[in-house]
Design a protein around this ligand. Structure first.
Ligand code: MTE
Length: 407
């Protein structure tokens, strides 16, 4: 341990007294060190420790009318690094979760192609495959915060995001095999769930970096995430990542579904709407401390957060402890990949002072995450989608935290 760190761990405010003297309970041999533990095979599929039982996806009861057309949220306050564990990836379904027998599932590729195909899962898995880490963010993430601070927890303000490693086949491989006809410009992707959700995607994007994935974080997709097959549309809004994918149709014009022409637009103050806003702009948030993760004890404090951009790589994250008056550069740690979550830290000390914590992401295109005031000036208050404004957490002298807005 460096002398500076050991000094920080040992000394309290002003460098005077030890933070906590060694106590009697530090000297006790606990029961788990005195008896044999469970043998192997008690949990053929492992689960987190019972002491982590509060770290779960949660929903907001009043938000939606039915659990089938609803959303729950990733517990970002309790996670670290950049990979979201499979069982904690938020879920967003329009018609409930489809429960699909992979042996009976098919992917059809048709429309403006030379060789229409219908593939089984086994046939798909015989094609060359790739592994890619990407974030998926719902365009409605932070949508409840447009008019002001509302939900008291980063799980609820920012938890419509996950970041996993996908294994699958690129659309370039599939569409080259099918032979796209000249003049084709769009692709329709359709799911096999009760909602039969479909979206039109420009063919350029499909051929650039989209893929069909059958695995996430090394194992088969979870049913919640589209088992046995989902579309991956890197950097673009989550709605386009069609789950339970059964059909790709190639054409020369977008299919104007109800979703695309009305629902997924950003209503501006003057009544006009931004359409086809697919790319997710750079955004960041401090995950801890935050309302669900209060500061415990004085002394060293790790401020931890995530940043991401649908336009490229996170190049820098700034953190403010005083509501945006002063900024310091955060330390990026772990893989810094394009179109993926990036983890950042600020290692500091806390001695009960009130703080207004904020983070501000920069990406490789030079884009800087705006304040909520800057965003509202351009976009008004009517929108639900694409709120990437800077989040503020008030840290009180007792360590508790609250969702607030400044300025
Ligand atoms: N695909 C199908 N077939 N049906 C759906 O309801 N929901 C979409 C998208 N793909 C949906 C779907 C929406 S709105 C989002 S934000 C993402 O899936 C959510 O992905 P997740 O459930 O893996 O978090």
């Amino acid at each position: 341990m460096s002398p500076r760190l050991s000094r920080r761990l040992m000394l309290g405010a002003g460098g005077a007294a030890a933070v906590r003297p060694v106590a009697a309970e530090d000297d006790v041999i606990p029961e788990w060190s005195r008896t044999l533990g469970e043998g192997v095979d008690q949990h053929p599929y492992g689960k987190p420790s019972i002491h982590e039982k509060a770290v779960i996806r949660r929903d907001v009861g009043w938000l939606t009318a039915s659990p089938q057309s609803s959303v729950n949220f990733t517990p970002l306050h309790a996670l670290d690094g950049i990979i979201t564990p499979n069982g904690l990836c938020f879920e967003r379904h329009h018609g409930g979760m489809a429960d699909i027998d992979p042996a009976r599932h098919r992917l059809m590729i048709h429309g403006m192609v030379e060789r229409p195909v219908v593939l089984t899962m086994a046939e798909l898995k015989r094609l060359p495959r790739v592994n890619r880490i990407y974030f998926l963010e719902c365009a409605a993430n932070s949508g409840m915060e447009w008019r002001g601070a509302q939900l008291n927890g980063v799980q609820f303000t920012h938890g419509m995001i996950h970041n996993v490693m996908y294994t699958g086949v690129t659309l370039r491989t599939l569409l080259d095999a099918a032979g796209v006809k000249p003049g084709a410009a769009w692709m329709l992707a359709e799911g096999a769930d009760a909602a039969g959700m479909d979206r039109s995607i420009p063919l350029g994007k499909a051929l650039d970096d989209c893929m069909v994935a059958f695995a996430q974080n090394g194992e088969a997709l979870r049913p919640e995430q589209g088992y046995p097959l989902r579309l991956v549309v890197p950097g673009w809004q989550g709605n386009m990542w069609v789950k339970w994918l059964r059909r790709l149709k190639i054409g020369d014009a977008p299919w104007h579904t109800r979703e695309e022409t009305s629902k997924y637009t950003d209503l501006l103050a003057d009544g006009r709407a931004r359409r086809f806003t697919w790319v997710m702009d750079a955004k960041s948030v401090i995950t801890a401390p935050s309302p669900q993760a209060p500061v415990v004890g004085h002394g060293p404090l790790v401020i931890s957060g995530i940043a991401w951009s649908g336009r490229g790589t996170i190049s820098r994250v700034d953190v403010s402890l005083d509501g945006g008056r002063n900024w310091r550069e955060a330390r990026l740690d772990g893989p810094v990949l394009p179109l993926s979550m990036t983890r950042f830290y600020v290692d500091t000390e806390w001695h009960g002072q009130e703080m207004l914590l904020q983070s501000r992401a920069h990406d490789s295109t030079g884009y800087v995450q705006p304040t909520k005031a800057e965003l509202r000036k351009i976009r008004g208050l009517n929108s639900i989608y694409h709120n990437n404004g800077i989040q503020t957490w008030l840290i009180r002298p007792n360590g508790e935290s609250e969702n607030v807005e400044v300025g």
